[in-house]
Ligand binder design. Sequence first.
Ligand SMILES: *Cc1c(COP(=O)(O)O)cnc(C)c1O
Length: 394
Amino acid sequence: MGRFIPLSIPNFEGNERKYVNDAIEQGWVSTGGAYITELEKGLAEFLKTDSVAACQSGTSGLHLSLIECGVRPGDMVLVPTLTFIAAVNPVRYQFADPVFIDCDDSLCMDPDKLRAFCERECRLIDGSLIHNISGKCVKAVVVVHVFGNLADMEKIMEVALEYHLKVIEDATEALGTYYTKGRYAGKYAGTIGDFGAYSFNGNKIITTGGGGAVTARNAETVAHIRYLSTQAKNDEQYYVHHEVGYNYRMTNLQAALGVAQLEELPEFILRKRKNYELYQECFKGFSFGKLLGFRSGTYSNQWFYSLEIPMDSIQGTLRDIIKRLQDQGVQTRAVWQLIHEQKPYQEAIAYQIERASYYSSCILNIPSSTQITEDDIRYVAEQVKIVLGEMANE
Ligand SMILES: *Cc1c(COP(=O)(O)O)cnc(C)c1O
């Protein structure tokens, strides 16, 4: 047969080779060079924000955001449990404690449960939110815009304002997603809270191989993040440092790739949306799988597609489904296992986790590369229907 449709692969149809070669020829391959500043400017313009700092990964961007928030050892940070673990690990890099919050039906953090935790488990003392039982200070919340779908930022920002929480948006999967209606109309994912982190890892909507970026409410904060990411140099020539810095800066080689990818971003988003629409058509009326939607009142980059499978009516597990589809040349993936159940986090507080457990057991991601053909999509949908249909009747 020989047909193989990958889950998500990068797309280099534009100026990637040209710009990367240029960076090599100029000899600027490391953490200095014009492509880095060009990428930062391009991203800021695209996101309609003042300033952006390019860094080595989405994870390092999240870490720098937590540092800039003032998260210190022994503080608490509210995080989702249904997400990629990189959204949570930086909390531990600061020796702070994550508190896991449930998701709503968008797969993003449930704002009502976020509020309930602040209201019932904590109290405000001298302007700080203090956890009743432990006496620890709850400093921030990390909100992930899962698969390109905006979290309910209107409600989340209200809770954050009321309970004095800093908001870090993990927009690693949601570059290009924005509100079209409501209080935040025109605002992009990552530019609503205090900080926004982006990722350019290989499977994200644009890639620099590995890389990321951070934005914040004002240019001074971003400048300080950039300073921390480049070893906190107060005097470059004479090696004077006033703070503990990090080697978190993006390289010019990565940025060269990034500048080319950013040129293609609008086209990539259009393709993601068109492909999603075709999947929708293919799965219409199918009873053993429902394609999850994206929040209304937003324009989503529709980065990843999720099929909700009624596991009660299927004989077998998600792993069995993935294996059978793999045999048909269709690569799929189960959504993440919950973070509060993973070894490093089993001692952490997990607050009223219900829906995350349900979704963790029944979401399958299906191929979503920007270069996938219409024929491929129809083939994927057909194979999914055959496999699930068979497993339902076994
Ligand atoms: C990809 C991703 C990250 C991490 O980004 P890297 O660039 O791989 O470090 C963090 N959070 C989420 C939700 C992600 O999908």
